[in-house]
Write a protein that binds this ligand. Structure first.
Ligand code: B12
Length: 209
């Protein structure tokens, strides 16, 4: 059974999703609960329907826009109580060839919520740009996102570029995105993998401790 928010995601109905999210927040439902129990399951249904050719690209794009609208409303609530002690700088981006950014944007919000300084390079980011941003900002961590099984392979090239750079070889590299897992992480020599945006925060905290 789909609930109202899930239906709005599936239909890409931006106006109703704005009302539905505001109503849930007014009812005292936590932003994280809205994300986990309404938005993410809605997007999973979109993915399944897309795979079965029951939804097509323009509709998926509208669902993506509805999802991003909802996340923008939740953002201030997800950013509450940042831990100001952590002064880490993190560079994040979706790898070259890949335009998916909803998950990457969620990871960015969670990292900001944890008090990290986050430099977001956007989508379709080549390895040279990750290296340049990490050097310019003295970043301790680089986060790579990929949603396509074709583009996840670009992560390997990025990891190798960092390892071959004398000044950047120790930069911690965290990877994520639906087709990625911990075996893949190990196989390309990245430092960590997390399946979710909150998991990204925990994984970075583990890596730096
Ligand atoms: C929305 C969507 C689109 C939108 C993207 C809009 C946008 N602004 O992002 C549009 C319509 C543009 C699109 C295009 C395409 N898409 Co698409 N898309 C999706 C869909 C339905 C949802 C993705 C999403 O946003 N999920 C919600 C977010 C919150 O989840 P997430 O991204 O997985 O992120 C979470 C975790 O993975 C993790 N995470 C993400 N990044 C990172 C990074 C780090 C460091 C960490 C630690 C964690 C982490 O945290 C997030 C939150 O917990 C998926 C299906 C699915 N279920 O994944 C298909 C899907 C990814 N797309 C697919 C395909 C094939 C395409 C196209 C090639 C279609 C085409 N024929 O053109 C194009 C590719 C364009 C390109 N070059 O990138 C396939 C990929 C198959 C594969 N394995 O290769 C999927 C799986 C659909 C399917 N079932 O077939 N798509």
């Amino acid at each position: 059974m789909t609930n109202a928010v899930q239906s709005a995601i599936i239909l890409g109905n931006i106006r109703s999703i704005q009302d539905d999210i505001s109503n849930l927040l007014d009812d005292g439902i936590l932003a994280q609960t809205i994300l986990d129990e309404h938005l993410l399951p809605g997007m999973t249904i979109v993915g399944e329907r897309f795979k079965r050719n029951e939804m097509f690209l323009p509709q998926v794009l509208m669902s993506g826009q509805a999802m991003q609208t909802a996340i923008d409303i939740l953002k201030p609530h997800l950013l509450e109580n940042p831990n100001q002690e952590k002064k880490l700088t993190v560079v994040i981006g979706t790898v070259k060839g890949d335009m998916h950014d909803i998950g990457k944007n969620l990871v960015r919000i969670m990292l900001m919520g944890a008090g990290f300084t986050v430099i977001d390079l956007g989508v379709n980011v080549p390895s040279a740009r990750f290296l340049e941003a990490a050097a310019q900002n003295s970043a301790q961590v680089v986060c790579l996102s990929a949603l396509l099984s074709s583009t996840m392979n670009n992560m390997k090239e990025i990891v190798q570029s960092f390892r071959h750079d004398p000044k950047l070889k120790d930069t911690l590299i965290l990877i994520g995105g639906a087709p990625v897992n911990s075996d893949f992480c190990e196989s390309i020599g990245a430092d960590g993998y997390a399946p979710t945006a909150p998991g990204a925060v925990k994984q970075i905290q583990n890596m730096i401790d």
